[in-house]
Design a protein around this ligand. Structure first.
Ligand SMILES: C[S@@+](CC[C@H](N)C(=O)[O-])C[C@H]1O[C@@H](n2cnc3c(N)ncnc32)[C@H](O)[C@@H]1O
Length: 312
């Protein structure tokens, strides 16, 4: 019996009621969960869409899909699970005749399952190789970045994706200490670099976030996926995104803002030359936050922000 690799943790889906409302789930509807993970949101969507509802769930992580498979087994053919990158959402759905759809959900980042899973390297609190890939198909691991990037490239990455104020100091120390092969080696190196400059946050938090975003090309994938999703939605269909940090939120906000306006010419252009036509209408004016009671029960959701738009 293998007792070392299976996490005992389960992933609690965040803001489930708000997600169902934002998606305006209706019986018989067709939905895409681009980050199906352990299947928590997917299960709630399928229940609300019954009878006759269908869901296509995508995840880059085959182990997450296994969990979703067990959780959604009772829905039979109404749940279709696909291993893939959500940046290809349009091709994945269209090639399976899942087009147009009534709603698409993104619950970004990583799940509690992935954070707790041994050997994945997402957590600085557990000794593991510096991997951090969502998908085993990806070639570049966090160790590749940490051990091959120049000091300047590392500092830029930590600044850009981790908003790390001590990026230069940490990059210098990484270059001095490498090769670094494990999460705890990296966490110790960061601690040596920044000392106790962070009071409430573990000093390695931002470094780990930056590396995970870079390894999985999270921001580029999100931008591409939003475009593809918009084109999959039928008239009145809903696009719902839950983000967990300001870099993701900015991409979603900008996309929604741009796509909810006709002309997107710069303000100093006197006559419109862009010919851009709005394709979305905002369904949430401001980001929706989890209720205080949910944050108390599941502190992981405290930074969740939900935004939704409707296809015109
Ligand atoms: C926060 S979890 C989703 C949890 C899920 N909503 C649930 O209820 O269990 C995010 C999931 O998105 C997946 N993911 C992240 N980036 C992805 C990408 N570019 N393509 C496909 N899946 C991705 C991760 O592997 C992870 O399983």
């Amino acid at each position: 019996m293998n007792t070392t690799t299976q996490p005992t943790v389960s992933h609690k889906p965040v803001m489930v009621g708000q997600v169902l409302r934002a998606l305006a789930v209706q019986p018989g509807g067709r939905y895409v969960d681009c980050t199906v993970g352990g299947g928590g949101h997917a299960e709630a969507i399928l229940e609300a869409a019954s009878p006759g509802g269908l869901l296509l769930g995508i995840d880059a992580d085959p182990r997450a899909l296994q969990a979703a498979h067990s959780r959604l087994a009772r829905f039979g053919d109404a749940a279709l699970l696909v291993e893939g990158n959500f940046r290809d959402v349009q091709a994945i759905c269209s090639s399976r005749g899942f087009d147009p759809v009534h709603g698409i959900l993104f619950d970004l980042g990583l799940s509690s399952l992935q954070l707790a899973e041994e050997g994945r390297g997402f957590s600085f609190q557990m000794e593991a190789p510096l991997d951090m890939r969502f998908s085993p198909q990806q070639e570049i691991t966090a160790a590749d970045i940490v051990n091959t990037y120049s000091e300047k490239a590392l500092a830029d990455l930590l600044w850009r994706y981790g908003q790390e104020l001590h990026s230069g100091r940490i990059a210098r120390r990484i270059v001095r200490d490498r090769p670094l092969e494990t999460t705890t080696q990296l966490a110790e190196t960061v601690e040596k670099a920044v000392g106790h400059r962070y009071r409430r946050l573990h000093p390695a938090t931002r470094t780990f976030q930056a590396l995970r975003i870079a390894v999985n090309e999270e921001l580029d994938n999100l931008a591409a996926a939003l475009e593809g999703s918009r084109d999959l939605l039928g008239h009145g269909g809903r696009l719902v995104v839950i983000s967990f940090h300001s870099l993701e939120a900015a991409i979603v906000k900008n996309f929604f803002r741009q796509e909810s306006h006709d002309c997107i010419c710069p303000p100093d252009v006197p006559v419109c030359v862009c010919d851009h036509k709005a394709s979305l209408k905002l369904a949430t004016r401001a980001a929706v936050r989890p209720a205080p009671s949910e944050v108390e029960a599941n502190p992981r959701c405290r930074s969740a922000r939900l935004r939704a738009a409707e296809r015109l």
